[in-house]
Design a protein around this ligand. Structure first.
Ligand SMILES: C[S@@+](CC[C@H](N)C(=O)[O-])C[C@H]1O[C@@H](n2cnc3c(N)ncnc32)[C@H](O)[C@@H]1O
Length: 370
């Protein structure tokens, strides 16, 4: 069965995700702001779920139509062949929705209408009013954009940023999906040396190791769709096995993390062990003022403290100046830094070759590339 799939991502990471989606077998790939739409088979969905490092979740689109009134929503959903997707005992909560530039704006009212209409479609499909919702979970989500209503089943369940290695995080951690996107922009490869001098819970180091060693980021977690009837059960095991066979075991890759907080260092090492990459990550307590380069050229990838989330502005400004004193001249080393401070380049003491806008949660940041 051909599936229409949709995957939201951080604004600015669409290209990274589109590449990952194609690699997973996705076809008809279309990129819009903060989202990649594509089509494929059940195998594409499984592969994309396990391997796409920048996707927030992957949805199976079950309906798409113009909607300017609640009747439009109800009538279109009622006509859905619900039996193709949901078994009679499916639990189908309408968990979340979004409305942008559209006539219908009330999310709770849309949720209620969608739920009622889906129940009607299920009753018609199974010729019964009894819908126990006691079986597998099929979380329903929707987005309304310029009056176009898209309904999808959330195949991921928990967001895909939850890889399973970071139950605990330090102050102001970067989201795993955003870190992975930055690692991709930095073109991290199997023989690279990576340094994060403000490593916190180790997210950049771990995401870099996963990418360098071809370890699929979501290999060891579960997905809502693993219990869905229209996705052949065996596919998950088969794909996991194939992907496991592709993991590199003889890599020269190394990542070094430093942080002034001993708690952060402990957390990084603990998370690296949970992710199965402890062999490739070294971490110790070190203040930025004691930074030094390794013997071979490296890539520094980091998000230093920024005033909105951690310290006073004067403190972060002092840190950015120290970074300049320690890192410059860069020589053959590369430097990628994400911060919301528009004065970063001035304080650091050198203009970046490139910068690109990226959102860290709701906070507008820039990734400066040196
Ligand atoms: C924004 S957090 C980094 C979060 C990290 N990327 C993660 O995902 O968990 C900044 C980190 O810088 C550390 N830090 C603050 N001042 C420092 C300094 N002077 N030298 C080294 N590390 C410092 C903090 O302890 C904190 O862990």
């Amino acid at each position: 069965m051909k599936l229409h799939l949709t995957a939201p991502c951080h604004f600015g990471l669409e290209k990274t995700l589109a590449f990952e989606v194609r690699r997973a077998g996705g076809e008809d790939v279309q990129v819009t702001d903060g989202r990649v739409n594509f089509s494929g088979t059940a195998e594409t969905l499984v592969k994309a779920s396990l391997t796409c490092s920048a996707a927030e979740r992957i949805g199976v689109v079950i309906a798409k139509f113009k909607a300017q009134t609640f009747d439009d929503v109800f009538d279109n959903i009622k006509r859905l062949s619900a039996g193709d997707f949901f078994p009679q005992n499916a639990a189908f909560p309408v968990v979340k929705g979004q409305s942008i530039n559209s006539k219908l704006t009330s999310i709770p009212a849309l949720q209620r209408t969608l739920k009622k209409a889906l129940a009607e479609a299920m009753s018609l499909a199974y010729k019964t009013k009894t819908l126990p919702e006691s079986g597998a979970l099929y979380p329903v989500r929707f987005f309304l954009h310029k009056d176009e209503f898209t309904v999808f089943l959330d195949s991921s369940g928990e967001g895909l940023h939850k890889r399973g290695y970071r139950e605990k995080a330090g102050t102001a951690p970067i989201k795993e999906t955003l870190a992975a996107g930055i690692i991709d922009i930095a073109k991290v490869r199997g023989n690279d040396i990576i340094i994060d001098p403000f490593c916190g819970s180790g997210t950049f180091l771990i995401e870099a190791a996963l990418k360098a060693l071809s370890i699929p980021p979501c290999l060891n977690r579960g997905f809502a769709a693993e219990k869905w009837e229209f996705i052949p059960q065996g596919l998950w095991g088969q794909q996991r096995e194939l992907l496991r066979a592709g993991i590199k075991s003889d890599s020269e890759f190394m990542a070094y993390g430093y942080d002034s907080d001993p708690g952060a260092v402990k957390l990084t090492l603990e998370n690296a062990r949970k992710a199965g990459v402890e062999k490739y990550i070294k971490c110790e307590v070190r203040d930025i003022k004691d930074f030094s380069y390794p013997a071979k050229p490296c890539k520094i990838i980091t998000n230093p403290p920024y005033a909105e989330r951690m310290l006073e502005k004067v403190d972060t400004e002092r840190i950015y100046k120290i970074m300049g004193e320690q890192f410059l001249p860069l020589g053959e080393n590369k430097f990628y830094v994400i911060t919301s401070d528009e004065k970063f380049e001035e304080l650091f003491g050198q203009k970046a070759g490139k910068n690109r806008k990226l959102y860290n949660g709701m906070l507008m940041c820039r990734l400066y590339v040196y």
